[in-house]
Design a protein around this ligand. Sequence first.
Ligand SMILES: C[S@@+](CC[C@H](N)C(=O)[O-])C[C@H]1O[C@@H](n2cnc3c(N)ncnc32)[C@H](O)[C@@H]1O
Length: 402
Amino acid sequence: MTINKLLEDRLKNAMGLNLRALGTSTLKNAVSRRMRCLRIEDRESYYNLVICKRSEINELIDEIAINETWFFRDNGPFAALQKYAGNWLKSGVGSSLRLLSIPCSTGEEPYSMAISLLEAGIPASLFAIDAIDISNRALAHAKRGIFDKQSFRGRNRIFQNQYFKKHKAGHIISEKIKNSVRFFRGNLLDMRLFVTGAQYDIIFCRNLLIYFDDHNQKRAIANLDELLTADGVIFTGHAEPGIFAGSGFIPSSFPMAFALTRKSAAASNNQPDSGLRAAAGRFTIPAEEETLAFKSLDFAAIQSMAEAEHYEEAIAMAEKYCKDNAPSPHIFFLMARIFVEMANLRQAAKMLKKALYLDPNFLEAIKLLVVIYKRQGDETNSLAFELRSQRVEMRLTAEKSC
Ligand SMILES: C[S@@+](CC[C@H](N)C(=O)[O-])C[C@H]1O[C@@H](n2cnc3c(N)ncnc32)[C@H](O)[C@@H]1O
């Protein structure tokens, strides 16, 4: 066995990531960085160090970990959390609400949870947030609480003035928010996570399961199952609800969020396709995406027709629209959304590919394809588009910050 394969296996055992899915150069580059740092010249010596010195595998984990995250990432889950917490408060439950963010990366996710709860009128004394990640480096960043512009994306900046102070290295989070989150190092695949018997009403487990292979996904879900209260809710990343298929969890009905509950807890409220519908979004187009084409009466008419659930008519109008106007990625995206509603995923995927042909960076189209492939059990394409969405997201962020 080559040294690279040995290192790959060692790392997979330690953190569960399917390194092949991340690309062959990821591990190679991470090892090279560590070797340069330690002034080690050959890979075999480095491998021996990894075997002998426990802390070195943690250093390698820090190099490999994809810490990409930002405040209020995807918005939907945080709105859903507010709704859940509001209902919970109204129901007059005696104990406090327990929440977990795993993996929490550099802290933006659990801090966003805390801000959401406070904004929903839940006093800090009534909730407790634990945050866990395998990367020491990410946790150190989270605890420092200083964030640069990469952590603040999208439109939701109002909270920035209220909960942060300017700092020479960016923005520093207020003590109140900082003190409402407890950070721990932990591995989602490790059973020691639940030996204390602690259980959570809400778990955010987003953008990690997608990197695990089937076996480790099952292990992770079994651990999440142990960590969740009987009627608790798990929020996942947009490409991840399908991973829970057959595990006793089913999609929950929060709009614009990918949430799961136990089948038993959700028996009265079962909406199997809510995850996919949330990925497809509503038929209306967000204001910032408006272009002249969007303002065309025809386009609006197609949207209205779809909103009225006259899907066949909406598709016929859209086809005519395509004949009469220059093709636009947005009309194909709208058609894909309509096909999702019609449960015709094959046609939806076809339309999304047309949209991507015209605009290869059309992030919503890529993300919806991820979910569709996942639903169809096509892991390879789902992962390929998930990685593409991350590349596009990074590129767009880099372009914005230039
Ligand atoms: C892309 S971030 C996701 C952060 C956040 N949940 C979000 O969606 O914005 C992935 C994180 O998973 C962590 N990670 C990787 N393997 C892990 C494991 N086995 N257990 C816990 N955390 C892990 C990495 O260190 C990294 O910080």
